[in-house]
Design a protein around this ligand. Structure first.
Ligand code: HSE
Length: 414
């Protein structure tokens, strides 16, 4: 018998307990042992009346001699960090779904696991149910990876899909995502792009063999996107997605999370609701894409239980490489792209003249922009630095009251 202790009984914790119960017979036959949940840590016993004697408020009953595997699904850094360290020091295998923890302390915890000859597994920390960590550390490890492009946050993808397809307003869509159990306890993490940045830092660190700290990643969330942006994106045959992008070349690493317009018919344009999509470019495999449910109770539980199966079947003291050396990513996109510009002005003709002088124009959009005192256009940009310099020059003209911009990537078209 393999004994399991679970720290946390929220969306993911209850999903893990349910899934282990639901598929217990299948798992027993597959593994040749019973997987037995001994204890589950909760903050407040009064909140639950269904799980009976499994629940405890004492962490020492979960991180206990009798337990073989500790599953941390509490979220947040504290006290999760201390509990995980304690479990590893007691030579317990640890599984976590906690991207905040892995992004902040992953290397230290992997090193501690190595020291104690146990496993620290975190498949559920990125991409929900999509198997992505193990492919990167094992199956794809022969490749030099040069780029990652991904939708890594289910909540924001759900919100953007509802705004695009159902004209739902932002607040309503966010509430629905919360009710469905996709959002973080503090959804600011989702909508401001921090959750996606943490996941991008985990993937990029693995991909490029160097620590990419999420705090060094250029992050922009979806809170500024309005119905008008969506309308203009539609006119361009595009969808707005919160993309997490990193690229590695001889100069270093670029990493950013930002809303981007992508072709409606391209691979990312078709990933809706809480689904995530992760595309890699490896020198041997070429392009490769993973798509699946990136948030939610059972998809995330599937990844956690997958880690349990991995430990029971395979764990013989082997570990992935621990990457502690860091390099700060570049914050500026160095390749050609387009920007959709929305420029507030009371002199549209002068603005159009200045834009034509400064940029190669792809498209001016007229529609009702005139009534809104805006000039809308899509401009070609050679690289982000030069784009910002031109924007600065434009901004210095007296007749401009504000500029909103959004990246459009042609390369996303399949
Ligand atoms: N809040 C996260 C998301 C949960 O929406 O993607 C899965 O990590």
């Amino acid at each position: 018998m393999v004994s399991i202790g679970v720290l946390g009984y929220g969306v993911v914790g209850s999903g893990v307990v349910d899934l282990l119960q639901k598929n217990s017979e299948r798992l027993r036959q597959k593994l040749g042992v019973d997987l037995n949940v001994l204890k589950v840590l909760v903050r407040n016993l009064d909140k639950y009346n269904d799980a009976g004697s499994l629940l405890t408020i004492k962490e020492e009953e979960v991180i206990h001699e009798k337990v073989d595997i500790v599953i941390e699904v509490m979220g947040g850094i504290h006290p999760a960090y201390d509990y995980v360290k304690k479990a590893l020091k007691m030579k317990k295998h640890v599984i976590t779904a906690n991207k905040d923890l892995v992004a902040a302390h992953g290397e230290e915890l992997m090193a501690l696991a190595l020291e104690n000859q146990v496993c620290f597994a975190y498949e559920a920390s990125v991409g929900g149910g999509i198997p992505i960590i193990r492919p990167m550390t094992d199956s794809l490890a022969a490749n030099e990876i040069s780029q990652i492009t991904a939708i890594l946050n289910g909540t924001t993808n759900f919100i953007l899909t509802k705004m695009y397809k159902e004209d739902m307003d932002y607040g309503h869509a966010l509430r629905e995502a919360q009710q469905l159990g996709f959002a973080e306890a503090n959804p600011e993490s989702d909508v401001m792009g921090y959750d996606a940045a943490r996941k991008l830092s985990i993937l990029s660190t693995l991909a490029y063999d160097q620590k990419i700290d999420w705090k060094d990643i250029d992050v922009e969330g979806i809170t500024e996107i309005d119905a008008q942006d969506i309308k203009y994106a539609k006119k361009l045959g595009c969808v707005i997605k919160l993309l997490a992008i990193s690229r590695k070349n001889e100069k270093g690493v670029f990493a950013a999370v930002r809303p981007v317009m992508v072709s409606e018919k391209g691979p990312f344009g078709q990933i809706d609701n809480e689904f995530n999509g992760i595309r890699f470019e490896g020198d041997a495999i070429g392009e490769m894409m993973f798509i699946g449910k990136g948030a939610g109770k059972l998809p995330t539980a599937s990844a956690v239980v997958g880690d349990i199966i991995h430990i029971v079947q395979n764990y013989k003291g082997k570990h992935g490489k621990v990457t502690a050396q860091g390099q700060r990513p570049s914050l500026k996109w160095e390749h050609p792209f387009q920007w959709m510009l929305r420029i507030k002005t009371n002199d549209r003709y002068k603005v159009m003249g200045s834009i034509s002088e400064l940029f190669a124009i792809n498209n001016f959009m007229f529609d009702d922009a005139q009534d809104k005192g805006e000039v809308i256009c899509v401009v070609e940009i050679e690289n982000e630095q030069s784009g910002y310099e031109k924007l600065q020059e434009l901004q210095s003209k007296g007749y401009i009251q504000g500029i909103k911009k959004m990246m459009k990537l042609e390369e996303m078209v399949s």
